[in-house]
Design a binder for this molecule. Sequence first.
Ligand SMILES: [Zn+2]
Length: 259
Amino acid sequence: MKLHGILPLLFSSLLALAQSPKLLVYVDPGHGGEDVGARGAKGLKEKDATLDLAGALVRELERCGMEARLTRQDDTFVGLWDRARLANQAGADLFVSLHLNAARARQAKGSEVYFLTLGAGDRDAAAVAAQENGPEARTAHASSDSVVAGILDTLSQEAYLRDSERLAVAIQGQLNRLGGIKERGVKQAPFVVLRGAAMPAVLVETVFISNPREEVKLRDPAFLRKAALAITQGIRHYFAGADGTPRRKAVEAARPPGA
Ligand SMILES: [Zn+2]
């Protein structure tokens, strides 16, 4: 990352850390506004279900003593690069992007937790990423987001890949225990939304909206709460096994003596 990019970031992180001693998780409800995401056979839109799930996740995180913020509060479009930028500016410790999987095979079910690969990823993972990245990925550097992308140097996530993998494994382990959800495993894919995050970051394909049974569950607040609790437990396990977070350590190290 270029120095002119990292200095304001560190400064805002120091400020954020001084103001917010709690662990801060940035929750990203996938899609929104004109970007509907995937659709279930019974008409449920991914953008609506991810927002409901995100609300449940914020409540669980707060109940467990963490601070949680959303990249979008309502049905509005937020660019993929802007999502990570919001988390970076707030000095967040973790970034969790919530999505719902879709497959041609209607019986496909279960959870997949992803962290970023700088390469192409395997064929199935790359297909999931292409679906989630959408047209924005192809135009990211030609859009108004290009300034942001330049500041973030597009690869902020590179330094955090190991921690992101640990976070992904911790969340996947909890989601596997959620009733009726089959192990699908932690995967790597080139998700644009994760690239700019200067903190451990994962993308959770919570269940398959394309599976009619899972689509029904997504309308059930009790199921959303259970899924949110599973993700929260995964985050707690990650924090319990981490000696601080990479971001906090970097910020502390950059803090002037006596500050
Ligand atoms: Zn999605």
